[in-house]
Structures are given as structure tokens and as C-alpha cells.
Design a protein around this ligand. Structure first.
Ligand code: PLP
Length: 470
């Protein structure tokens, strides 16, 4: 990822001496070239630990949806299985079985119909899972178009999604040459606009993406309403349009907290769903899942086979080798928490989000855009009636002094004049810690109110510098 070749005289291109205490390092070590000799592994450990020391505590990083805590026993089983390659199905048949159990558990959570044959796989995260869901829709569209005699080479397929999409969908469209048709969010529609979405659909639409937990605000798209609209459209359409649900965060939350909410395979036109096991599936990064409601929605071109116990096992993931430990961590959580455990953790997490939202509202400074009701994230903006010499960017900066990372960023196109701040509540943000956060935010507000503010950094080009992508 990184580019520059540092100047060899540049001061920080080597480890300095002394290292720490009486560590025996008697010459500098290069950082950007391999050193000639070996060093003691413990010393290497210490050097790297120090390298990482000032980048903050992951638990105070309220920007990320990704898990920053797992039970010690979960961590143990994961670290004891790091060496197993998830693709070696034949060599590790039991590990393969655990993955299969996870796919079954998730399909069941998403109400896969009894009379269909679901298929699914683990992935590195939702990005890979979305890529697969999108590809399946593209291939299916191509087949349907060919059958109708459409010259597919003269057409550019499109994908319909709200402008609150996560960047993986933009990547999907760029990588696979698809036009991304964005339905803008606006002040009255902070999730997919049901009044206009079908205007974006035509013969070249490979599918519509519904998002269960918009990354910006945490809102759920109204998938049930979308299904009704799509059903109506499909009655007369030459090429029917499917729905893929990007449930990166909601997919492991809604089934426990809002089991009656219909957003999943209960809906006729929802053909595939992805989620991130490392978000509300409560596993350390990176594991994701994608499931197709029935094998007919997964075109055979996307299925490859690997050898498994002398036979063949279908695989459809994009990645090949990776450790099995995240998959095993997912199974560990399913086994140890069970349905009730997940529900209780998520309920507690949600009550922390509600507490934070209530406290912020009471400052009278902020309008709460999401109070933890959908997924447990709290999202707010400055009230338009409030005139302060400081902004949410300044508040984010000030909170950093206590170690909290709470991004402020503009909403997407059409609403980009609205700057919001967001806290993602995870299971390890206890009520105790949340109380401390509220104390720190109150003190930060007090300090900003009484500070001589010199406008120094939060010009347009810096906006969103402390942003988020996940
Ligand atoms: C709605 C949505 N989709 C996809 C992703 C990508 O997920 P991952 O980080 O698991 O690849 C995210 C990440 O935040 C997301 O919020």
C-alpha cells in the first residue's frame, strides 16, 4: 500500500539506540530494508509494540463497527488455529464442517425458506461478500438478457443503491464495469427513497441493493416496502429485478433485536444477503458471510470446486488462502452465546447507545439523527439554531485528548452541507465507559465554549480527515 522510499538519511528510517532499559542492541536497525542479521524475537516484539504504542486504544475508537473485544476463550481458540488454511477443505474437514455449521446458523437466522436450497460461504468481510452478491446478480442478468436476444455488449448493466452506500459498492461497480445509479438521500429520506427508487430501474438493472444499517447514519432501508415495489415492477418486466441486502451490520443485529422485522429471505425478491461477522457477529476482524436463498440464484460460473475428502466441494469465495481462525471464532461465538446470549449483548449495547443519545440531547446543542434504534449507533448534528465558534470537527479533536476517536464528517451528495458526528456502540463500550465518555464530552464542550478559538485547521480541505470507511 505504501509508496515512498524514505531518504536513507531520514531520521526515522532506523530504530534508535538505546532501545529500552538494557535491551542489547548495539547498532541501528533499518526499518525499510531487511536487516542483515537476526535479532532476538523478544526484542523484535518490544520494538514493534513501541511502534504501535501511540496510535490509541482500539476500545476508545468509536469510529469502527469492527469488534475490539472477544472472550478470552474465543481468543484462545482463534490463536490456536491460526495455522489452518481455510481453503484446505480436505486437510481440515472438521474446520470445513464448522464453516458449514455457521452458514446454516446464519441462513436460519435470516429465515431461509425450507423449500429452497440455500448456499453460502464465509468471506474476509462484507466487501468480499458484496462483491460476490453483486457478481451473481450481474451473471444472472447477462443470462436473462441473452435469452431475450439483447446484445449485451452494447449495454452497460447498472446497479441501484442509495447514496449512503459503503465504498465497497463503488469498488464493485468500477471493477466489474457497472453503472452505479445512486438514489440520493435527502432531509426527508435518510435511507433509500421509496418514492423514487423505481425510477432508477430499467432493463439493464442487475439488482437493487437495500442496506440494513447505512454506514453514515445507521438507518435501515425499508426492505419490505422495496420488495412490494419490486414485486409490482417484476409483474410486467422483461427482465425481473432482484434485491440483495447489504446487512453488513444489521444482519447480525436485527434477527436478535427485531425478529419480527421483515427484511430477509421472508421477502420474495430478496435473493442474497451479506453480513460482517466482525461487526455485530462479535468476531475480531476479518470474517464476513454471504448467503443465497436458493442455489438457482448463484450462477454456476461462480462456483469452483476444491477437493474435499476425495470428492469435490463447491467454493465461491474470491480469496483463496487465509486462516480459518476467524471462521472458528464465529462458530465459537455462536456456540457459546447462543441466541439468547447474542440478544442480551445486543440489548445491553443498545441501551448504552440510548443512554448516550439521551445525554447528548440534553445538552440542547445537538439534533439526534440516530438514537441507536436501528443498529446501536448514535449520530448527531449541531442544531441549526446554535451558533458556536466551534464545530463538530473541533469537538472530535478535543475528544482525542482523552483518547476517544469519534469522527465528524459530512453526509453524502445532496446533504454534504450537513456535518454529523457518530459513535458506534459495541459490546465492550460498557455503561461504565459510556458514563466516562459523557463526562469527557461535557468537559470538552465546556472547554470549547470557554476557549479562545483560533480557526486553524478545519477548513474545507480538512473536512472528513477524521472520517470513517467502515
Ligand atoms: C453497509 C456496509 N457495507 C459493507 C461494508 C464493508 O464491510 P467490511 O468492512 O466487512 O468489508 C460496511 C463496513 O462498514 C458497511 O457498513
Amino acid at each position: 500500500m505504501l509508496h515512498s522510499r524514505p531518504d536513507k538519511d531520514q531520521l526515522d528510517s532506523v530504530y534508535k539506540i538505546p532501545v529500552f532499559n538494557n535491551d542489547p542492541l548495539d547498532s541501528t536497525l533499518p526499518k525499510f530494508r531487511l536487516c542483515n542479521n537476526s535479532i532476538d524475537p523478544e526484542l523484535a516484539y518490544r520494538l514493534i509494540k513501541d511502534d504501535l504504542l501511540d496510535e490509541g486504544s482500539a476500545r476508545l475508537n468509536l469510529a469502527t463497527f469492527c469488534q475490539t473485544y472477544m472472550e478470552p476463550a474465543g481468543l484462545r481458540i482463534m490463536s490456536e488455529t491460526l495455522e489452518k488454511n481455510a481453503i484446505d477443505k480436505s486437510e481440515y474437514p472438521q474446520t470445513t464442517d464448522l464453516e458449514n455449521r455457521c452458514v446454516n446458523i446464519i441462513a436460519n437466522l435470516w429465515n431461509a425458506p425450507e423449500n429452497m436450497e440455500f448456499m453460502g460461504t464465509s468471506t474476509v468481510g462484507s466487501s468480499e461478500a458484496c462483491m460476490l452478491g453483486g457478481l451473481a446478480m450481474k451473471f444472472t442478468w447477462r443470462e436473462k438478457a441473452k435469452k431475450l436476444g439483447i446484445d449485451i455488449l452494447s449495454r452497460k448493466p447498472n446497479l441501484v443503491i442509495s447514496s449512503g452506500y459503503q465504498v465497497c459498492w463503488e469498488k464493485f461497480c468500477v471493477y466489474w464495469d457497472i453503472e452505479m445509479r445512486c438514489v440520493p438521500l435527502d432531509k426527508d429520506h435518510m435511507s433509500l427513497n421509496m418514492d423514487t427508487v423505481m425510477n432508477y430501474v430499467d432493463e439493464d438493472t442487475i439488482g437493487i441493493i437495500a442496506i440494513m444499517g447505512i454506514t453514515y447514519t445507521g438507518k435501515y432501508d425499508d426492505v419490505k416496502k422495496l420488495d412490494e415495489l419490486v414485486e409490482q415492477y417484476n409483474q410486467t418486466a422483461a427482465i425481473s429485478v432482484p434485491i440483495h441486502v447489504d446487512a453488513a451490520s444489521g444482519g447480525m443485529f436485527a434477527p436478535f433485536i427485531l425478529p419480527a422485522l421483515e427484511w430477509d429471505f421472508r421477502l420474495k425478491n430478496v435473493i442474497s444477503i451479506n453480513t460482517s461477522g466482525h461487526k455485530y457477529g462479535l468476531v475480531y476482524p476479518g470474517v464476513g458471510w454471504v448467503i443465497w436463498k436458493d442455489k438457482r440464484f448463484l450462477p454456476s460460473e461462480l462456483i469452483f470446486s476444491v477437493s474435499y475428502l476425495g470428492g469435490d466441494l463447491p467454493t465461491m469465495a474470491i480469496n483463496f488462502s487465509r486462516s480459518s481462525s476467524q471462521i472458528i471464532g464465529q462458530y465459537f461465538n455462536f456456540l457459546s452465546y447462543g441466541y439468547r446470549g447474542y440478544r442480551e449483548i445486543h440489548e445491553r449495547t443498545r441501551s448504552v447507545a440510548k443512554y448516550i443519545a439521551t445525554e447528548l440531547e440534553q445538552t440542547d446543542l445537538f439534533e439526534i439523527l440516530n438514537d441507536g434504534d436501528n443498529i446501536p449507533i448514535v449520530c448527531w448534528k449541531m442544531k441549526t439554531t446554535i451558533d458556536k465558534p466551534w464545530s463538530l470537527y473541533d469537538l472530535a479533536d478535543r475528544l482525542r485528548t482523552n483518547g476517544w476517536q469519534v469522527p465528524a464528517y459530512p453526509l453524502p451528495d445532496n446533504l454534504s452541507d450537513v456535518v454529523i458526528q457518530r459513535v458506534v456502540v459495541r459490546q465492550d463500550l460498557s455503561m461504565q465507559l459510556a458514563t466516562l465518555f459523557i463526562k469527557d464530552i461535557s468537559e470538552s464542550i465546556h472547554a470549547l465554549n470557554h476557549a479562545h478559538i483560533i480557526i486553524y485547521g478545519h477548513s474545507d480541505e480538512n473536512k472528513g480527515a477524521l472520517g470513517f470507511t467502515h
